[in-house]
Write a protein that binds this ligand. Structure first.
Ligand code: KMH
Ligand code: ZN
Length: 278
């Protein structure tokens, strides 16, 4: 990996787990999502990791809605648009594969099955290979999501089996602190970074809940990039609930700038990840 002088900030504004009734500030309509995306870009985000909801604010992988979401985000921002292929733990694998038909710039690709709280986040090996190959065929850049150390080694197997993804870059994101995955500790992050395949060109990290800040600080210190957002964390500080994704992005931008690695622009992010030209 070359010397990292800027920070890619990813915003994950919605996720599939939180309830709009409990958290009305969660962006679940297209208008809310676009408004949060614009504010997040203004605050320093360059990539958006998108889950969408239906009219009742329940997670959906409806292809028409996904296409409309990609179009709306492209019209209002220059963010790299990454659609989640993880969806919710209830989504069938075929529907998760079909997400790529909405033609995003990037997609998530989780490198193995993991317990996810009381549920199971299913990512069998044949599904990983299908997703990798479909993404390459459609010129979509995958972001390899790594929830535990075993998944880092599964990424090694995936690259050995399939070769490099579209664009030739290999970007990973450590998702730490999910009950069932690796803990959100400095020790776990160091072990995971050390185990990364040599082909990896960049990585980011996010800590769930209380792991959010320690993981962000450790990632910056280790030369990694940042992912923040309500999908991962709803507590800004002790006793203070997050009100908008932009405030998490603003804090990440401040941290990165203080660490002499200011946020990169969306154009720089496109180059880093080698996504298709807009
Ligand atoms: N919602 C989780 C079950 C991804 O977006 O690819 C899976 C997830 C990962 O959020
Ligand atoms: Zn997600």
């Amino acid at each position: 990996m070359s010397v990292v002088t800027k920070t890619l900030i990813t915003v994950a504004p919605t996720g599939a787990e939180l309830s709009k009734t409990e958290f009305p500030q969660l962006p679940t309509t297209l208008d809310e999502l676009v408004a949060e995306a614009k504010a997040a870009q203004a605050a320093g985000a360059a990539l958006i990791h998108v889950h969408i909801r239906d009219d009742d604010a329940r997670p959906t992988l409806d292809l028409g809605r996904l296409r409309a979401t990609v179009a709306a985000l492209r019209e209002s921002t220059t963010l790299v648009v990454q659609l989640s292929t993880g969806g919710s733990v209830k989504d069938p694998l075929e529907a998760r594969l079909a997400v790529l038909d909405a033609a995003p710039d990037s997609c998530s690709l989780t490198c193995g099955t993991v317990n996810f709280g009381d549920d199971v986040f299913l990512n069998p090996w044949p599904f990983m290979v299908d997703l990798f190959e479909k993404a390459r065929d459609l010129q979509v850049v995958p972001e390899f999501e790594l929830f535990d150390l075993g998944q880092v080694h599964a990424l090694r197997r995936l690259l050995d089996t399939c070769g490099l993804p579209f664009g030739g870059r290999v970007h990973c994101d450590f998702v730490m602190g999910v009950p069932g995955g690796m803990p959100g500790t400095v020790e776990a992050l160091v072990a995971a970074v050390q185990a990364l395949p040599a082909e990896v060109t960049s990585w980011s990290a996010t800590g769930i809940g209380r792991a959010h800040l320690p993981v962000a600080a450790a990632a910056l210190a280790l030369g990694g990039h940042l992912r923040v957002g309500m999908e991962d964390n709803l507590v800004y500080a002790r006793g203070r609930v997050v009100q908008s994704n932009a405030e998490l992005v603003e804090r990440a931008s401040r941290l990165a700038t203080e660490m002499q690695r200011p946020p990169m622009s969306t154009a720089e992010a496109r180059e880093l990840l080698a996504v298709r030209a807009a």
